[in-house]
Design a protein around this ligand. Structure first.
Ligand code: CTP
Length: 396
């Protein structure tokens, strides 16, 4: 996300270094615009070092005869944050004054504007300031309220700029609210299952879990509340918000899915679940004998079919089909038999698709039998394609 940080002349400007640091750490591209007064409180060098971008103060660059294009900067920004916002700048913003670069950028910005005021308590309480804030909010600008406490003047009261951590939390919550999957509870399964034969052996498969973990990460990035039920896998979620439940066997995965299915608006079942499991698990390690050896297997419950039979109106159920032959016919059969909203087909015959790879090649087939074939992409990109299909269905 591109963020223009406007800094005004206030002692709270010393906190801007931490603010820039936290924004950059959160993954934002930050460009700083300062008023001349702000440069008395913190140096542009500090902020350019932390933001890794030149800091802009003036319209004109006398050395080169160029000017800083406020319109371009205003358009570049996904968010403009003015912190600290002084009483003077708030008054200018409320009245459309444009006597410095920061105001030029503000008036040119088409993105949401957030402002975190910082001033002495009487300035904050003044009717003029409060009227300016009302006016700015009526323009759609968003106030990040100041805190209360000891002020630089030595007085105690309201007017202290929100702490950088609070500003980040405020912005994160605002951004999350606007994401396409905000407030959506989502269930994802990933990885293989291991079916125990004895205390040291199991029946498993080559699934790495990469695809399912990528889907869980992408859903979380889009604002969803994600529960990931993972079979044995070395993968780690990149998104800290993903809630991971580790399971081993198909039976454990079934239990975890049933416990989390109700209340989930979307379920993406990408796990490679064992279709058969040993009838009995030997309590002790099975010793080698001269004769050949066989294991009796019984069917596991098809989790996807079970969820499909319990699906309520409004719930979206997505399944996977990894096929080696008759790909589309088999996938459509699974889509209909398991009551899915769409199925993600990948064929082991396609180069770039399959277990353990970092890429995949998928075809999405939906209930209307609409087929969309995608080229080979990274699993992260494939995950985004799947999420976009989910968003389209939710908005239908
Ligand atoms: N699946 C499941 N529970 C099972 C088996 C499969 O939830 N016990 C799910 C997988 O997570 C996947 C889909 O069903 O989303 C398709 O799995 P697949 O093994 O290809 O399908 P099967 O119905 O088992 O058919 P077959 O093995 O005959 O191809």
């Amino acid at each position: 996300m591109n963020i223009v940080l406007g800094i005004c002349g206030s002692i709270a400007a010393y906190k801007s270094a931490t603010l820039v640091r936290l924004l950059v750490k959160a993954g934002a591209n930050v460009k700083v615009v300062m008023t001349t007064d702000a440069t008395n409180f913190i140096t542009p060098l500090t902020l350019s070092t932390l933001s890794k971008n030149p800091v802009l103060v003036d319209y004109f660059i006398p050395e080169t005869g160029e000017w800083n294009n406020h319109v371009e900067l205003g358009l570049w920004a996904d968010i403009m944050l003015i912190a600290p916002a002084s009483a003077n700048t708030l008054a200018k913003m409320a009245n459309g004054l444009c006597d410095n670069l920061l105001m030029g950028v503000y008036l040119s910005a088409k993105c949401p504007v957030y402002f975190a005021p910082a001033m002495d308590l009487d300035m904050w309480k003044h009717t003029a300031t409060q009227e300016n804030i009302d006016k700015l909010q009526s323009f759609g600008n968003v106030l990040i309220p100041p805190g209360s406490g000891e002020l630089a003047s030595g007085l105690h009261g309201e007017g202290r700029m929100a702490e950088p951590e609070e500003i980040i939390a405020f912005l994160s919550a605002e951004i999350k609210k606007k994401l396409p999957l905000a407030d959506k509870k989502v269930l994802v399964t990933a990885g293989p299952t291991y079916e125990a034969i004895d205390p040291v052996r199991f029946i498993g498969n080559h699934s790495s879990g990469k695809m399912g973990f990528a889907i869980a990460d992408e859903l979380a990035k889009l604002g969803a509340d994600v529960t990931l039920i993972a079979g044995p896998s070395a993968q780690i979620s990149k998104q800290l918000a993903v809630k991971r439940i580790n399971v081993t066997s198909a039976a454990e995965m079934l239990d975890a899915c049933l416990q989390n299915f109700e209340g989930s608006q979307v379920c993406v079942m990408s796990a490679a679940v064992a279709d058969y499991t040993p009838v009995t698990i030997a309590q002790q390690k099975i010793k080698k004998q001269d004769a050949d050896f066989s294991i009796d297997l019984k069917k596991t419950t098809d989790i996807l079919s079970k969820l499909g039979s319990q699906k309520k109106a409004g719930q979206i159920l997505v399944g996977f089909a990894l096929e080696t032959d008759n790909e589309e016919i088999n996938a459509i059969d699974k889509l209909q038999r398991k009551n899915l909203d769409f199925i993600v087909l990948n064929s082991l015959n396609d180069e770039g698709a399959g277990f353990k790879k970092d890429t995949n090649k998928i075809t999405i087939i939906d209930r209307d039998l609409q087929k969309t074939a995608y080229p080979v992409k990274s699993k992260d990109e494939v995950a985004l394609d799947i999420c976009n299909k989910i968003i389209a269905l939710l908005n239908k």
